[in-house]
Design a protein around this ligand. Structure first.
Ligand code: FAD
Ligand code: NAD
Length: 481
């Protein structure tokens, strides 16, 4: 007999596995279909995030930061080292261990919450039916009262530099280099370009980033983006803005290299690299997902069309995570997964799309939430700006890590915090304090009246909030608009 579930989730990335666990916690019979397999044909849970995204990239960012600290920082603390060297295979092995620990953890969570793991490609064969075809050619059909699509995204390939997984790689290949490339080219100065550029730059590569746009990080507050470009430039990332890649040529010799041609200010230039990373964005995955007579509406760029509650045009079919509109971020997908699961259990859960935090895990980190100055100006909102530099933070100076600043934007009439933008050590964790404050509609004054531990980096958040109303104790700045 065909098995029937209350919910079948397709995809086990952070959007899908979280949706499945929450649905099961709420008493709904739940299965999660995943097509990803390892070399031995075992199903791999966790999607992009755990396997080839957030986690392995952060493992390499942390390893490479420790390496550069040992090389360039330790002596400032009076710590003497003999020659510091890098062992790439060991670094990769540690990364793989972290990934395995977490992906196996999801298997455990599925078992503990009674989520059935179904192996293979999931196709919605009918509005209440999912067809699953595994890598060995076995297939099965399952009935579902509700279906949650969480099929995620994959890297975009561009014709002037198609990925060959040898010299030209995407983000997945760039997490697997077996040696540090001497000359590394990156197409795209977005989040992946800057994070992976930092990893390999710290390990010794000469990194050149080719970015088509004239503006650096256009979605980041301009003051913070300018600061980031300055600091990353000092670290050795050569970021060439307004550089549109037009073609490439791979050498024929034993040691392959790639010569990339690009146009900048109307002139054609070329640079030769040992490896080239293409990091120009990601596209939603809907391949093999919908049978011909299932008509789920897609947007023009291939995303599944959903309303605020992540419901598609077919009422019992939902979609969450990278496969739908909005930022391609793990936490955004997870919150959507929770929302859909809870709504299926008759709760009224919503996602606050105005407060999705973003982080670029370079060093220093860049983190932001809410509106930036340019957006507030465009909306004609009067606002106060409070900033505080880490150079005036006792804790940042004690750690010898004092680049950057905290910037808080507050409505000049109500004092409600409208945005926070940080560049600095641990910016991701510092930002979260402001995200919580904003979720509770805090004013800058509320944050200013809150007691912060001393000495802590978070005092910079406190001082920026005080500065927004003109009374920072140390050297915070206030600007009125
Ligand atoms: P995915 O994680 O892509 O998972 C989708 C899953 O669905 C996959 O396992 C896929 O195999 C499966 N699937 C697809 N189609 C089918 C089908 N028909 N049947 C069965 N299974 C199917 N985000 C952050 O928030 N923070 C970060 O630090 C961060 N770092 C990143 C670093 C890199 C290098 C990359 C590439 C991405 C990073 N991201 C980060 C983005 C993050 O990984 C994604 O936003 C997140 O993984 C999206 O989750 P998802 O569940 O929607 O999709
Ligand atoms: P992105 O959108 O962040 O950046 C892509 C960059 O490539 C843009 O600046 C774009 O202008 C540029 N570009 C596009 N086409 C180009 C071309 N032909 N030549 C030169 N430049 C070109 O995309 P990404 O860096 O690939 O990351 C993909 C997604 O993964 C992002 O949406 C991001 O949210 C997510 N991600 C998040 C994190 C994080 O949260 N820390 C880390 C990595 C990835």
């Amino acid at each position: 007999m065909t098995k029937e579930y209350d919910v079948i989730v397709i995809g086990s990335g952070p959007a899908g596995y979280v949706a499945a666990i929450r649905a099961a916690q709420l008493g709904l019979t739940t299965a999660c279909v995943e097509k990803w397999v390892d070399d031995e044909n075992n199903t791999v849970l966790g999607g992009t995030c755990l396997n080839v995204g957030c986690i392995p990239s952060k493992a390499l960012l942390d390893s490479s930061q420790k390496y550069i600290d040992a090389k360039k920082e330790f002596h400032t603390h009076g710590i003497k080292t003999s020659k510091v060297s890098i062992d790439i295979p060991s670094m990769m092995e540690r990364k793989a261990k972290v990934v395995t620990q977490l992906t196996q953890g999801i298997k455990g969570l599925f078992a503990a919450n009674k989520v059935d793991s179904l192996h293979g490609v999931g196709t919605i064969s009918d509005n209440n039916e999912v067809f699953v075809l595994d890598a060995k050619g076995n297939s099965d059909k399952y009935l579902a009262k509700n279906i949650i699509i969480a099929t995620g995204s994959v890297p975009i390939n561009i014709p002037p530099a198609p990925v060959d997984n040898e010299v030209i790689v995407d983000s997945t290949g760039a997490l697997e280099f077996d040696a540090v490339p001497e000359r590394l080219g990156i197409i795209g100065a977005g989040v992946i370009g800057l994070e992976l550029g930092s990893v390999w730059g710290r390990l010794g590569a000469k990194v050149t980033v080719l970015e088509a746009l004239d503006e650096f990080l256009p979605s980041v507050d301009t003051q913070i983006a300018r600061e980031a470009k300055k600091i990353l430039g000092k670290q050795g990332l050569d970021i060439k803005l307004g550089s549109k890649v037009t073609g490439h040529k791979i050498s024929k010799g034993k040691k392959k290299e790639v010569t990339v041609t690009f146009e900048t200010k109307g002139a054609s230039e070329e640079i030769t690299f040992d490896k080239l990373i293409v990091a120009v964005g990601r596209r939603p995955v809907t391949d093999s997902l919908l049978a011909n007579d299932v008509s789920i509406d897609l947007c023009d760029r291939g995303f599944i069309k959903v309303n605020e509650q992540c419901q598609t045009n077919v009422p019992n079919i939902y979609a969450v995570g990278d496969v739908v509109r909005g930022p391609m971020l793990a936490h955004k997908g997870s919150e959507e997964g929770v929302m859909v699961a809870e709504r299926l259990a008759d709760k009224k859960t919503q996602v606050n799309y105005d407060l999705v935090p973003s982080v670029i895990y370079t060093h220093p980190e860049v983190a932001w939430v809410g509106k930036n100055e340019e957006e507030l100006k465009a909306e004609g909102v009067d606002y106060n700006v409070g900033t505080f530099p880490f150079a005036a933070s006792g804790r940042a100076l004690a750690a010898n890590d004092s680049d950057g600043l905290v910037k808080i934007l507050a409505d000049s009439k109500t004092d409600r915090i409208l945005g926070c933008h940080i560049i600095g050590a641990s910016a991701a964790d510092l930002l979260q304090q402001v995200v919580i404050a904003m979720e509770f509609s805090s004013s800058a004054e509320d944050l200013g009246l809150t007691m912060f531990s001393h000495p802590a980096l978070s005092e910079a958040v406190h001082e920026a909030a005080l500065a927004a109303n003109g009374h920072a104790i140390h050297i915070g700045n206030r600007k009125k608009r």
